[in-house]
Design a protein around this ligand. Structure first.
Ligand code: GUN
Length: 282
């Protein structure tokens, strides 16, 4: 069993981005800029935004965090996004999800200028991804693809089971895998027999937020397991969607939690923002 070390790969990517940022500043006088909207007081969202802002600082980006109370109206959020769409110093706009229940998330995402949609959530970018065209791709699934590339894991013809069908993780993950010529099964909360599908797969990618959903008897010997879940249990310990101690001995490769996919998500956000800045029209 080999661990897929997302933390060290993310560090390597971050160092490379910092070098490219210096070059962009020297050669074109461009500093990549990211605007993050944090709405409400969800502690997990606050922690993620803090990590994103820290990473931006480390690579030399200009970054701003707009913090808004839960009571904010949809129109006020829309005005802020429109301001960021028009701001030439901002290359990327990210609205941290989930949003308070009175806000229409789909509507908010559609207001973001697709060229600044570094989260890859806008239907324009989702459509381009499905069509196999260049687009901004959601950071977590993009990070998983980078891990496969780094560890020379060939996807062509592999049976891959994606567990979880969210817009943020499962659906874009499945599109990327299909574009890489894998045979993809997407399972979700209504799937009749989850183990039937996971047990057949060469690669299982899990992003559900259900702690330790994937047990030993659901994985075939030699499989590759990617755990996208990160959950804080009531006792304070961090776990993923996979029962790691039981499942890992069976695997050829497995991602740990923490230190697996998590750091890659942030590295891909930086990478998408840099990509946007490199295309800035000045
Ligand atoms: N909430 C959970 N994951 C993400 C993500 O990748 N981007 C945003 N904006 N919100 C999230």
């Amino acid at each position: 069993m080999q661990l897929i070390d997302g933390k060290s790969l993310a560090n390597k990517i971050q160092t490379d981005i910092a070098t490219k940022v210096s070059k962009l500043k020297d050669e074109k006088n461009i500093t990549p800029g990211l605007a993050v909207l944090l709405i409400g007081d969800d502690p997990a969202s606050q922690a993620y935004v803090k990590m994103k802002a820290k990473a931006c600082k480390e690579v030399g980006f200009y970054s701003i965090v707009h913090e808004m109370p839960t009571t904010i109206t949809q129109d006020e959020i829309i005005s802020t996004i429109e301001m960021m769409n028009a701001n030439p110093r901002i290359d990327g706009i990210l609205v941290q999800l989930p949003l308070p229940s009175h806000i229409d998330t789909d509507k908010i995402i559609e207001i973001i200028e697709p060229k600044k949609d570094v989260d890859g959530f806008h239907p324009y970018n989702v459509g381009r991804l499905v069509a196999g065209l260049d687009s901004f791709v959601a950071c977590t699934p993009l990070g998983v693809m980078k891990m496969f590339e780094e560890y020379n894991i060939d996807l062509k013809g592999k049976d891959v089971c994606v567990v979880g069908a969210s817009n943020i993780v499962g659906k874009p993950m499945a599109s990327l895998l299909l574009n890489a010529n894998a045979t993809v099964t997407i399972t979700h909360i209504h799937t009749k027999d989850l183990a039937f599908h996971t047990k057949k797969a060469d690669i299982v990618i899990v992003g559900t937020g259900v702690p330790k959903l994937i047990k030993k008897d659901m994985i075939k010997e030699g499989a590759i397991v990617v755990d996208i879940g990160i959950i804080k249990l009531p006792d304070g310990t961090i776990t993923g969607d996979v029962d790691f101690p039981a499942v890992s001995p069976l695997c050829s490769y497995i991602t740990p939690v923490p230190g697996g996919v998590g750091p890659m998500t942030i590295a891909m956000l930086l990478s998408n923002t840099l990509k946007s800045a490199q295309k800035r029209e000045i």
